[in-house]
Design a protein around this ligand. Structure first.
Ligand SMILES: *[C@@H]1O[C@H](CO)[C@@H](O)[C@H](O)[C@H]1NC(C)=O
Ligand SMILES: *[C@@H]1O[C@H](CO)[C@@H](O)[C@H](O)[C@H]1NC(C)=O
Ligand SMILES: *[C@@H]1O[C@H](CO)[C@@H](O)[C@H](O)[C@H]1NC(C)=O
Ligand SMILES: [Zn+2]
Length: 493
């Protein structure tokens, strides 16, 4: 009996120890396995010395000191939004650029141009009525200064999603930074890699109760009357901020033209069913205002412009959004950098200054498709446009702000040695015997995380992660990878 009692106690004690052991998820075991795996891979002579790091720190502080406070009123403003460019995206893109473009020994030590700006901060991104933002509620926040309901733009909370009559009530419309700049006599412009009539750019002139309402056909598809709640294309012609906008560059010809019009470049019809051609009407309206207006559809036309003869410019280079940055040349489409360059040349002719809004939309598209390689390439392209904007303007009269509208679920995790390609995987296997990717999405349309036949996790070692279209496997299947709500960075100078 006594023996039995002690046996029970012993079993309970062992059980408790095992349970505690199982609960102990400390990193010491992982760390040991990892350190053994990378043993000898990075000889000391490759690695920076303490002097290097201390000099770097000293230089950072001294440059802040040299810079001092800059007390001047900015005449010009450029606002760059990387769509879906959260903090993790910025960290990973920095390494990608370092490894691919900068000739850095490892990559982690590189910087994006935006990161060299002297001021930085963080921004919350939630919508008025949702925990996680979409690009239209957040556009209303950062362009109009007021949070809005999910998937509505340029409107106050009185208008719920799809509320056509509410949209028709101008008391619910909120003004934008483009309008404020115009009231100050400044020139204004919008550059996007998305469609010119789409959110977020359109939130600068339009109030729409459903972000997809870019043509009368879109409004009608939602069962609403386009006469009551006009689309963002019509509002470009009707609303004062649209009428006064000087430069609008991006894609989206499909939504500017009517079904009767066959696009000469693509042989496909437009989407509008009211017979209206927004591009042509815009040109006529602008000719009446300045007499120096142009409508263009190709990169060669953009680069061939004599900017001293152009005050107003509409460029719509693709039927939908612009293609991925490495496919632009194929389609005679301009880079973000080129669009920003021409926009600034035209807008800066105004002695009162200008405001330019630049939207990098492809980052978001890549993340939604679980393609980390694409997302990082597009951030590097976006960063080149930031650099161009910075180089073409003077710090003494131009405020540049770079931020994002929301983040994505991509994570950036261990363990591998410094300098390992950001697109590859851990050096040690996980508990199931397979290695795991450094970048991972929580959900999305990518291939299944586990093979339904074997029940085993997908072996990423078999994948070609250098292919820009490579899609990461995901644990949670979702039609389109979800936005996420951690804070986004703001860089400013
Ligand atoms: C739309 O707004 C205008 C101007 O406020 C008003 O005259 C018109 O009746 C409204 N239309 C509808 C259908 O509410
Ligand atoms: C651009 O236009 C201006 C004004 O019409 C003209 O003086 C100048 O020669 C033109 N430049 C080029 C390169 O054609
Ligand atoms: C991986 O993809 C890259 C880029 O598409 C391609 O150049 C390379 O040949 C591919 N490698 C293999 C082994 O298929
Ligand atoms: Zn998105």
């Amino acid at each position: 009996m006594q023996l039995f009692k002690y046996s029970i106690i012993f079993v309970l004690w062992v059980g408790t120890c095992l349970a505690i052991g199982k609960e102990d998820h400390s990193d010491s075991f992982e760390a040991l396995r990892f350190v053994q795996a990378i043993q000898g891979q990075l000889p000391s002579q490759w690695l920076e010395s303490p002097t290097h790091w201390r000099n770097l720190a000293k230089e950072a502080i001294l440059s802040k000191e040299r810079q001092g406070p800059l007390e001047a009123v900015a005449k010009n403003g450029i606002f760059f939004i990387g769509d879906g460019m959260g903090l993790t995206s910025v960290s990973a893109a920095r390494v990608f650029k370092g490894q691919r473009d900068d000739g850095a020994r490892f990559g982690e030590e590189s910087s994006l141009h935006m990161e060299t700006f002297p001021y930085s901060g963080l921004s919350k991104t939630y919508c008025l009525d949702t925990q996680v933002a979409d690009s239209s509620c957040s556009a209303t926040a950062y362009l109009c200064g007021s949070k809005a309901r999910f998937s509505t733009a340029g409107l106050s909370p009185g208008v719920v999603f799809g509320d056509c009559r509410g949209q028709n009530n101008t008391n619910f419309h909120v003004s934008s930074i483009v309008e404020w700049a115009q009231r100050e006599g400044k020139s204004t412009g919008i550059v996007t890699t998305g469609r010119v009539t789409a959110i977020p750019g359109a939130a600068n002139w339009a109030g729409i109760a459903q972000r997809s309402w870019e043509t009368d056909a879109d409004v009608a598809e939602s069962g609403k009357n386009p006469e009551v709640c006009p689309d963002s294309g019509i509002q470009l012609l009707r609303k004062e901020a649209g009428q006064r906008l000087n430069v609008l560059l991006g894609g989206g010809r499909h939504r500017l033209t009517p079904v009767e019009k066959i696009d000469p470049e693509t042989n496909s019809p437009g989407k509008r069913t009211d017979g209206r051609n927004i591009a042509e009407e815009w040109l006529v309206m602008k000719e009446g205002q300045s007499g120096m207006a142009r409508y263009i559809t190709g990169r060669d036309e953009l680069l061939g412009l004599n900017v001293s003869e152009v005050d107003d410019l509409l460029g719509s280079f693709a039927m939908q959004g612009l293609p991925w940055s490495d496919e632009l040349e194929r389609d005679n489409d301009p880079t973000m950098q080129e669009m920003v360059q021409v926009a600034i040349k035209i807008l800066s002719k105004n002695p009162n200054g200008f405001f330019l809004f630049v939207h990098g939309g492809k980052i978001d598209s890549a993340h939604h498709a679980n393609r980390p390689g694409r997302a990082l390439r597009e951030i590097v392209e976006f960063d080149k446009a930031v650099k161009t904007g910075d180089e073409m303007t003077d710090d003494l009269d131009t405020l540049i702000v770079v931020s994002a509208d929301h983040s994505h679920t991509m994570g950036y995790c261990g363990y591998n040695v410094r300098g390992n390609s950001i697109l590859r995987h851990s050096i040690i296997p996980a508990d199931d015997g397979f290695v795991f990717s450094t970048l991972n999405y929580v959900n999305g349309p990518g291939p299944a995380w586990t093979n339904p036949d074997t029940g085993l996790r997908h072996n990423v070692l078999l994948d070609n992660t250098s292919n820009p279209n490579y899609e990461l496997p995901v644990p949670v299947p979702l039609f389109s990878e979800a936005h996420s709500s951690e804070d986004v960075p703001i860089f400013a100078k």
